[in-house]
Design a protein around this ligand. Structure first.
Ligand code: HEM
Length: 138
């Protein structure tokens, strides 16, 4: 698969996942539990699709490094993004599991953390992409 198409697919799937998480939060805050469930399961599906496209891209076209003027900021965003992306996977799995098995009081306790981490990872993913577009590629 070509570089452009993989870039497009990873950016759209992670963006969709982020939009669905925010929608899912709005649904639960307004009491629409069934929509909440559907939105969160779809968000998880798109996040997994993202991992497939991103993984493919990573192996087929190893990423270049940002060499622009904001290198410290870039590294901070990149490192925090990578750590939280790794944390997000088990966190999301546990949150979905607790929701699907009806353990709602535990679900309510962990879910806000999952949502915050997830949104941070999605937004910083786009920021890293923007950095790589703007900075000189080394
Ligand atoms: C990673 C995915 C998910 C996230 C980030 C998430 C997030 C949240 C959050 C933040 C709340 C609490 C809202 C509040 O206290 O105002 C909540 C509640 C709830 N979630 Fe999820 N959720 C996810 C997946 C699911 C799934 C798959 C289900 C499946 C049934 C589900 C069912 C519920 C229910 C029923 C409540 C209300 C619990 C209650 O009334 O005590 N959630 N969720």
């Amino acid at each position: 698969m070509g570089y452009e198409i993989l870039t497009f697919l990873s950016l759209t799937t992670i963006a969709l996942s982020g939009v669905l998480i925010v929608s899912g939060l709005i649904f639960i805050k307004t009491g629409r539990k069934e929509y909440h469930k559907k939105a969160m399961l779809s968000a998880s599906f798109f996040a997994l699709l993202f991992l497939v496209f991103y993984g493919l891209k990573y192996f087929l076209y190893p990423p270049k490094h940002y060499e622009g003027p904001y290198k410290d900021l870039y590294l901070f965003v990149l490192i925090s993004h990578s750590i939280l992306a790794a944390v997000n996977l088990p966190l999301a799995a546990v949150t979905v599991f607790l929701g699907l098995t009806g353990r709602y009081s535990k679900h309510r306790r962990i879910a806000p953390i999952t949502a915050a981490v997830w949104i941070y990872v999605a937004v910083t993913g786009w920021i890293i992409f923007a950095f790589l577009q703007m900075g000189e590629l080394g």
